[in-house]
Design a protein around this ligand. Structure first.
Ligand code: NAD
Length: 357
């Protein structure tokens, strides 16, 4: 099927991407290329060792380490990091970690416009977008701003080689979700559709190899390549039902980010598929199934992904409120979002049942 469209507007970010095994060890070159000499390194408390290694690689260009990055970018932590930025007189940021660490770098960049180098260690894709989600008083808000887009991304397969298999699988499904929704985005263009399909293909091919042998650096490299493509499309086009549902479930019920994406994706796709069967046919083909929803469900099961919202901590009694929150602000989806089938979708996802159109 041709991806040609008779009319479109495309937007691409000015980002330098360096990809390769060991590429992260040359981070000093990237900091110098930005004209900077005082890098503040960011990480979560769990990834201090990775931050320390980056500090060693940066040598005299490392001005300090701030290792309190946390999920959903709480503004209190950003305020603490801002004080650290001032204290060490940082002139750039080097974030080493997953979406949470990247989020902290973006939050600082929004407030300071400092240039960012991101070294991703998951497949979440935040490094490739101008989008920042942050939380204040338990409320998550999203900002899209060019200051937030990192200037440099270093993809080093060595850094995802240690990502535990369950996180590898859920993070990969999180990435695949960006690409699947990009295929039917209202503002898609031929380039975004090409990137999305190639990203899905990379994961379909390489994720089973990584699950079989998590230290297979060549297969890790291909999954990271997929993460770059999927993250890039997330930064280029709008998302629909799947992302909105995950946002609602994560924001209001504190469900874990990547795991929620993994459970919801086949259900949201099966719901939407009747309206965009032609656009999702390549997904069914690449994943090997009669429909994209069924194929994604079977793929997730083969990868031993979590299959039920109840296993992530959602209570059955929360389903009505989840439906209400997810339908409160009507948003665009190829198949309009109706509370009755949406409640049924959530009930199936809660119980771990197969998706239904
Ligand atoms: P995460 O960054 O929260 O990481 C989860 C945990 O795994 C952390 O403790 C982290 O230190 C650890 N970890 C990360 N990489 C590891 C590795 N290689 N080995 C061992 N441990 C590792 O998880 P995530 O799924 O990458 O990011 C989720 C966050 O990113 C959410 O807040 C989400 O909203 C945000 N996000 C934002 C965008 C965007 O464009 N703004 C896109 C995707 C995700």
């Amino acid at each position: 099927m041709s991806l040609f469209q008779p009319e479109f507007t495309a937007r691409t970010a000015r980002v330098r991407v360096r990809f390769g095994v060991g590429a992260s060890r040359l981070v000093a070159d990237d900091v110098r290329a930005l004209g900077c000499s005082r890098a503040l390194i960011l990480s979560t408390p769990q990834q201090v060792a990775a931050a320390m290694r980056t500090a060693e690689d940066l040598g005299p260009l490392a001005a300090g380490i701030f290792s309190k990055a946390a999920m959903h970018t709480p503004v209190e932590i950003t305020a603490e990091a801002m004080a650290h930025v001032a204290e060490v007189r940082a002139d750039c940021l080097v974030a080493v970690g997953g979406g949470s660490t990247t989020g902290l770098g973006k939050a600082i960049a929004l407030r300071t416009d400092l240039p960012q180098v991101v070294i991703p260690t998951t497949y979440a894709g935040s490094e490739a977008t101008p989008i920042l989600g942050q939380t204040e008083n338990g409320l998550k808000t999203t900002v899209t701003d060019d200051r937030v887009q990192p200037e440099v991304i270093i993809y080093d397969p060595d850094l995802v080689a240690g990502l535990p298999v369950p996180m590898t699988v859920t993070s990969a499904l999180n990435a695949i979700a960006h690409a699947v929704e990009a295929l039917y985005a209202r503002d898609r263009n031929p380039l975004s559709s090409m990137l999305a399909m190639e990203g899905i293909r990379a994961f379909a091919r390489a994720l089973p190899q990584v699950v079989a042998d998590p230290r297979d650096v060549a297969a890790r490299g291909e999954t990271l390549y997929g993460a770059w493509l999927c993250g890039t499309v997330l930064g280029q086009v709008g998302m629909a039902l799947h992302h909105k549902l995950c946002h609602a479930l994560g924001g209001s019920f504190n469900l874990p980010h990547a795991e929620t994406h993994a459970v919801i994706l086949p259900h949201a796709v099966a719901y939407t598929e009747p309206a965009v069967t032609d656009l999702l046919a390549p997904v069914a083909e690449v994943m090997g199934g009669a429909t994209a929803g069924a194929a994604l469900h079977a793929f997730a099961a083969r990868m031993s992904a979590p299959m039920a919202l109840r296993d992530l901590g959602l209570k059955e009694a929360d389903l009505d409120r989840a439906t209400e929150i997810a339908t409160r602000n009507p948003y665009w989806n190829p198949r309009p979002v109706d509370p009755v089938p949406l409640r049924a979708l959530l009930a199936r996802a809660w119980a771990g049942e197969p998706p239904v159109a």
